[in-house]
Design a protein around this ligand. Structure first.
Ligand code: SOE
Length: 388
C-alpha cells in the first residue's frame, strides 16, 4: 500500500482530532495512499515534543517552514488559528504539497481569494476540514435531497449553540481577538452551518444579519496565571473585539429561505449544531447532540402513520457507517474527521480535490463576509462569490 507523509502544523484541540483521524484511518478503511504521520510542528518545543509522543508522530519541528521543506512530507495539514492560515497554506502550495486547512479557510475574504489562486496555480489537492459534512446522518440528508425525496426545498433553519465563554471571568483567549480569529461565533461555529447550508441547500443570494458582544472586557490570560495586575490591583483586562453571537436571515439562490443563529452564550448547550430542512415533499432534522440519528418526515407516508420518525444512521448501507461497527453501535465526533481524511486520501489518489475545496470554502467565506457587512449597517447584503 502506498503511503503519503503528513506534516501537521498545530497540536492543540484540532491537532489532537486530526492526529487521531490519521492514526485510525488505515485501521478501519482501505486507503491508498495511507497517511504516514511523519511530523508535527509547533513553536513551543516542549509542547510540540510532548504532542509528537502522545499523538503518535515520528518527529516534530518548531518551525512550519522546515516541516514544509521536508521531502518526506507530501500533505500539509494546517490546524492553527485563522490569522496564520494564509501564510502557511501559501508556503505549502508553493512547495508543491497537497493541503488540508481547518475551517474557516481564512479570516477575511481577501485572504481566502489569495489561497484559492495559489491552490489553482499549485495544481495539488486542496480541502477544508468542515468535518460535519461527513457525519453519516448529514450524508444521508444529502442523499435524500439529491434523490428528490424532500421535493423543492423551502426552508433551511440552523443553530450552532455553545456556552463556553458565558463566565465574564473566562479569559481573553485568541478566539476573542479579531486580529487572531477574524471573528467570533460567526467565523468559528457560524462557518459550520453556513458550509452545511451550501452543501445541502445551495448558494446564498443575500443575507441580513446582526451580531452582539455581551461581555466586552475580559481578564487577560496572563492575569489568570497570577500575573498582570492593574494599578488598582484587579486583574488586567482586555477588550473583546469579536462577536459573541450572530443571527441572520438568508435568501438562497434556489428560492429557499434561511435562518441562522450561532452563539457562545446558549446556557446548557455545549456544542449543539442542529439544522432542519423543509421541502415540498418532506423534512429532515439533524442534531449533533444525537449525531447518529436523522429525523425524517415524508408527506406521502400513509396518513394514519404520518409523523417524524428517527432513522438510526448506523446501517451498512449508510455512508461511512459500515466501516465501523454493527448496526446500532454508534459513532462520535472524532469519526467525522476520519471520514474527512478518508475522502482526502481518495482525492490524493485520483488527483481530484474533495469537497469542500478551497473554492467551496471561499463561497462560505463570502457569506461570512456579507453577514459582517450587513451587521455593520449594510442591510440586505450579497455575498461576493465572484472574486475568484
Ligand atoms: C470551538 O467553537 C470549536 O472547537 C470549533 O472551532 C470547532 O470547529 C467545532 O467543531 C467545535 O467547537
Amino acid at each position: 500500500m502506498a503511503e503519503i507523509g503528513v506534516g501537521l502544523v498545530g497540536y492543540k484541540f484540532m491537532g489532537r482530532a486530526h492526529s487521531n483521524a490519521y492514526r485510525q484511518l488505515p485501521r478501519f478503511f482501505d486507503v491508498d495512499p495511507a497517511p504516514r504521520m511523519v511530523a508535527i510542528a509547533g513553536r513551543d518545543e516542549a509542547g510540540v515534543k510532548e504532542a509528537a509522543g502522545t499523538l503518535g508522530w515520528e518527529s516534530y519541528e518548531t518551525d512550519y517552514r522546515r516541516l514544509i521543506a521536508r521531502d518526506d512530507v507530501g500533505l500539509v495539514d494546517v490546524v492553527t488559528p485563522g490569522n496564520t492560515h494564509r501564510e502557511i497554506v501559501l508556503a505549502a502550495l508553493e512547495a508543491g504539497k497537497h493541503v488540508l486547512c481547518e475551517k474557516p479557510l481564512a479570516n477575511t475574504l481577501a485572504e481566502a481569494k489569495d489561497m484559492v489562486a495559489a491552490a489553482r496555480d499549485a495544481g495539488t489537492v486542496n480541502m477544508v476540514s468542515f468535518n460535519y459534512r461527513r457525519a453519516p446522518a448529514v450524508q444521508l440528508a444529502k442523499r435524500l435531497i439529491e434523490e428528490g425525496r424532500l421535493g423543492t426545498i423551502r426552508h433551511w433553519r440552523a443553530t450552532y449553540l455553545q456556552d463556553f465563554i458565558m463566565d465574564p471571568q473566562f479569559p481573553l483567549i485568541w478566539r476573542l481577538k479579531k486580529e487572531l480569529a477574524g471573528s467570533g461565533a460567526l467565523g468559528d461555529i457560524g462557518a459550520h452551518i453556513v458550509d452545511l447550508s451550501q452543501f445541502l441547500v445551495g448558494g446564498i443570494s443575500e443575507v441580513v444579519g446582526m451580531t452582539e458582544t455581551f461581555v466586552k472586557e475580559r481578564p487577560l490570560e496572563e492575569a489568570g496565571a497570577g500575573g498582570g495586575l492593574s494599578a488598582s490591583g484587579g486583574a488586567e483586562t482586555g477588550e473583546v473585539t469579536v462577536d459573541d453571537a450572530v443571527a441572520f436571515l438568508a435568501r438562497f439562490q434556489n428560492g429557499a429561505m434561511g435562518t441562522f443563529e450561532a452563539t457562545r452564550f446558549a446556557a446548557g448547550r455545549r456544542n449543539k449544531n442542529a439544522f432542519e430542512i423543509n421541502g415540498s415533499k418532506g423534512s429532515v432534522a439533524f442534531n449533533l447532540e444525537r449525531m447518529n440519528e436523522l429525523e425524517v418526515f415524508f408527506v406521502d407516508d400513509e396518513a394514519d402513520v404520518q409523523g417524524f420518525r428517527t432513522v438510526n444512521v448506523t446501517e451498512p448501507e449508510h455512508p461511512f457507517a459500515g466501516a465501523w461497527w454493527p448496526p446500532g453501535h454508534i459513532i462520535g465526533y472524532e469519526h467525522t474527521f476520519v471520514h474527512t481524511m478518508k475522502d482526502l486520501m481518495d482525492g490524493i489518489r485520483t488527483g481530484e480535490s474533495p469537497a469542500p475545496t478551497f473554492e467551496d470554502a471561499y463561497r462560505d467565506q463570502a457569506v461570512l463576509d456579507a453577514v459582517e457587512r450587513s451587521a455593520e449597517g449594510g442591510g440586505w447584503t450579497r455575498p461576493e462569490y465572484g472574486g475568484i
